[in-house]
Design a protein around this ligand. Structure first.
Ligand SMILES: Nc1ncnc2c1ncn2[C@@H]1O[C@H](COP(=O)(O)OP(=O)(O)OP(=O)(O)O)[C@@H](O)[C@H]1O
Ligand SMILES: [Mg+2]
Length: 323
């Protein structure tokens, strides 16, 4: 059994609204092991996004500890957090947050600009990731020329391109129909298992959470229970596989070249009808990718050599407690 990559200890987040205390997180403890696909599930307002944002170093806890890869996140200042996020964390957003004027390759390559990776290598790594998610045919497409599921695969490729310790996903299928939701969910699950990639996904949907190796149930800022769900996750995956009628275009044609590091694109066509989609209105307020891309774009218009993009971007509104 792998050792924990994330440890959360006695974590609190209390917001003051006037004189009212909102206990978004009210004493939370758990750990997540390397390579685990962990789902955090709870109703709206239960504290899921707060918890995810804190683990990702986007918000400061009121109290408690978050230890990721041996480092105490809660002790870091903003510029240390920026470095930490770049080195250890990938994000998948509900609304994809792709740059509309960039191709899939450019979108996926973008986070690498912050690591000082050369243009040729950025492109090569982006292409490899796009193949991994079954988008070989869509590399030169812009988001507007892709379906929601394809766009989210670009989002997944972009999260993985920096080879992060952990990928955080907040309702990554919230904007997708039920079939596409299963496709994207299975892709996340497969990547986690085949690449030994730690994934932490937030969802309000118990069925989606049941694909996770571990399920953390949260309610009113507290953990109700933590389930070891590996057996059921495997069973669900097998059933989803069996329910597949035929492979979809994006996955089936493109598996031959997706070998490096294991393929995750072969099985993405779940066709079994699921429960009706519940529309989500949650839009991530903080968008490091967009900020990064805008910066990148500006610098591309006004080139200043390969070192561009190395400057830090700031966290903005989530750091209200950061003095
Ligand atoms: N910046 C903030 N200021 C004050 N209260 C907040 C803030 N962010 C979140 N909250 C409150 O904290 C609680 C948890 O919010 P959170 O966004 O984590 O819920 P969630 O489980 O992600 O919900 P959803 O499924 O709707 O996205 C809610 O009561 C919310 O109103
Ligand atoms: Mg939320």
């Amino acid at each position: 059994m792998e050792k924990p990559v994330i440890q959360v200890k006695d974590l609190y987040k209390i917001y003051m609204i006037g004189t009212n205390k909102v206990r978004a997180l009210n004493g939370v403890d758990f750990s997540i092991r390397k390579g685990e696909f962990c789902c955090i599930v709870g109703t709206s307002g239960s504290g899921k996004s707060t918890l995810l944002n804190m683990m990702a170093g986007l918000e400061k806890p009121t109290k408690g500890q978050i230890i990721i890869a041996g480092e105490h996140i809660e002790k870091k200042n903003e510029s240390q957090l920026v470095n930490f996020r770049q080195a250890h964390v990938g994000f998948i957003f509900q609304s994809y947050n792709l740059m509309q004027n960039m191709t899939a390759i450019e979108n996926v390559a973008m986070p690498l600009t912050f690591q000082g990776v050369s243009k040729a290598e950025r492109e090569a790594r982006a292409i490899k990731m796009l193949k991994l998610v079954g988008l070989k045919k869509y590399m030169k497409h812009r988001p507007g020329q892709m379906s929601g599921g394809q766009q989210q695969r670009v989002g997944i490729a972009r999260a993985l391109v920096v080879n992060p310790e952990i990928v955080f996903a907040d309702e990554p299928t919230g904007n997708l129909d039920s079939n596409t939701t299963m496709e994207v969910l299975r892709l996340i699950q497969k990547i986690s298992h085949e690449q030994n990639q730690t994934m932490v996904m937030v969802t309000h949907d118990n069925h989606l959470a049941s694909f996770g190796d571990r399920i953390i149930h949260i309610s009113d800022g507290k953990i109700l229970k933590i389930e070891d769900n590996r057996e059921r996750a495997e069973k669900n995956a097998a059933e989803a596989e069996a329910a597949k009628e035929k492979p979809v275009e994006a996955a089936a044609d493109e598996t031959a070249e997706t070998k490096p590091g294991g393929t995750a694109s072969a099985e993405t066509a779940e066709t079994k009808p699921q429960e009706p989609e519940i529309p989500q209105i949650v839009v991530p307020e903080y968008d490091p990718m967009k900020i990064a891309a805008e910066k990148e774009k500006k610098e591309e218009d006004n080139p200043a050599g390969e070192a561009k993009g190395m400057t830090e971007y700031t966290g903005g509104e989530h750091n209200e407690e950061n003095s």
